[in-house]
Each structure stands twice: as C-alpha cells, then as structure tokens.
Design a protein around this ligand. Structure first.
Ligand code: ZN
Length: 305
C-alpha cells in the first residue's frame, strides 16, 4: 500500500483546499503506476508528483531542524539545563553518599549476624545480596555525578561537536573492533591482510562493500557488511561453533558514535578451518543539501538517525 504522508496536510496554492493522494495505473504501459498529490476540489491547479512534493517538504524540515537558529536554541537550552543541574547536584550527591553509608552499615550488621548464626540464614544472604547490588548501583551513580561536577560548564563548541557528529565508515569499523576487544581482550584484531607470520588466535575484520542508498530527499540508508574471520589455534569444528556463538552475542549490538546499532544478517561459514562470521550494521543518515555553500565539500556531514 502506498502511504501519502502529506495527505490532508498540504493546501492547494490556488483555492486553499486540502490536497490528497492520487494513483493512476497506466494499463497500456504494463500496469505501471503513477503517484500524485492533487487538490481535492479539482480547481484546476496542477497535480504534483508524490516523490517531488515529499522530497521538497522533507528538505525544508531538515533545513529548519539543522538551521543555525535551531542549533543556537539547542546550545542555549543545554547550557541552561546544565546550570540547573549544577545547582542541585551537590544535594543529590549528599543524599546518595548518605544512602551508601546506611547500606554499608546494614550489610555489616547482617554479615555479623550471619557469622554468629543469628536469624534466618537464607533471608540474611538475600538481604546482603540485594543491598550489595543497590550499593553498587548507587556508587556508579555517584561516579557519574562526580564526573559531571568536574566540568565547570559546557561550551558551545562541545555541544556543536556532539550535534554535528559525523558518522564515518571508520566509526563503524572502530565500533566493531571495540566490541570484539571488550568480549575477547586476549585475542588481537588485525584489519590488514597478513599472509605470513600470522599467530593464532587472532581476528581479521574486513568491511565488505559499504552501500549508500537514497531513500527520500536527503535521507540515506547505509549498509556496512562485515566479515570477521577467526583463526584459532585449535581448528576443530567444536571450537569454531563455540566462537560463532560468542560472536553472535558480542556483535549483537555495537556503539557507533555514542549510539547503539544492532547487528543484522548474522551467519557464519567455516572455510579451510577458518571461521567466517558475517554481520551487517545498517542505519539511516542525513546528508546535507549539496547546494548549500557551507556544505559544498566532498566530506558529507552526516548524523546517525
Ligand atoms: Zn485547488
């Protein structure tokens, strides 16, 4: 089914009536279909091809969202929110610190009771475990607050850096490497072909053909298919299957430029005693207007969507 996203939202420039979607089927031309928006009053204003109108509207929205004024407003708001947060962070920190001290005292008491065999053993163990989990959570929260408190204020440049974050192919490669490194800290990751002197175990990470397809206006879909090859010391199938399973977990989600991206199309093959693990990371990016003089560079500025 064709979706006319602008139906009832666009007004005819001649008579002011709402416009609606319209489909023609050309029976002579093998049933080819044509899609338009047209004034509902049929006042005589011409119909507009669906793709052209939708692209124009999306381009205008993107321009406004990414305009200098909009960016400035966001910078200002982030700085205000940070200032507000700073005002209350001190008392927040004290509350958390107090709560941690209380939990520590309780844990000590329960451990003592356990040691002396007082009370219900199982219930005490559960209490200690629950309190320990809570304490660890609070300690992480405290670290976050402390880290934020070390930043006196957030500069405009820093906010802009985050907002204009370009997602490059290398960001995706780095994210794959980082995920492997976290899951398998002892196994080196090589990304160039080394034919000789290879010491297993090791991984080879290769990006196959990345693809870029235009969806609508300046919205693109980017495909990043990877193959991770695993060279094992023990080349038995059991080791390969075990690694394939671990890779499925490790590469299920990676963090590209601060945002999670899910791996899709995961599959593997064992070729000449080497595990080939395939995974794709695909996502939307916005490309700026190429006729914008500020953007007239080959280096397309993109943001993860
Ligand atoms: Zn009209």
């Amino acid at each position: 089914m064709t979706v006319y996203i602008l139906s009832g939202k666009v007004v005819c420039g001649d008579c002011g009536s709402l416009c609606a979607g319209l489909t023609y089927t050309n029976r002579a031309g093998k049933g080819r279909r044509y899609f338009y928006y047209r004034c509902q009053k049929k006042c005589g204003n011409r119909q507009i091809p669906k793709a052209d109108l939708e692209q124009a509207v999306i381009d205008r929205i993107a321009d406004q969202v990414f305009s200098d004024e909009a960016t400035q407003r966001i910078v200002k708001r982030v700085q205000e929110m940070y200032a507000e947060w700073r005002k209350t962070s001190g008392s927040q920190r004290e509350v958390i610190e107090q709560e941690i001290r209380d939990l520590e005292r309780k844990i000590d008491n329960w451990l003592e009771a356990l040691g002396e065999g007082i009370g219900n053993r199982q219930a005490l163990i559960e209490k200690v475990n629950a309190a320990t989990d809570k304490k660890e959570y609070l300690e992480r929260e405290l670290l976050k607050i402390q880290a934020m408190e070390h930043v006196p204020q957030i500069s405009e440049q820093e906010i802009m850096k985050v907002m204009n974050k370009k997602v490059t192919i290398n960001d995706v490669r780095n994210a794959v490497n980082a995920a492997l490194d976290t899951a398998f800290p002892g196994i080196p990751i090589l990304d160039e072909e080394i034919k000789q002197g290879l010491t297993p175990p090791c991984f080879f990470v290769r990006l196959l053909e990345p693809e870029h397809t235009q969806e609508l206006g300046r919205r693109f879909f980017r495909y990043h298919p990877f193959v991770v090859r695993y060279f094992a010391q023990d080349r038995s199938n059991a080791v390969m299957y075990d690694m394939a399973e671990k890779l499925t977990t490790a590469l299920q989600q990676i963090e590209v430029a601060g945002r999670p991206v899910r791996g899709t199309g995961m599959r593997f093959e064992i070729i000449d005693e080497v595990l080939h693990f395939f995974v794709e990371y695909n996502f939307h990016v916005w490309a700026p207007r190429l006729d914008d003089p500020k953007m007239r560079t080959l280096d397309v500025q993109e943001g993860l969507k």
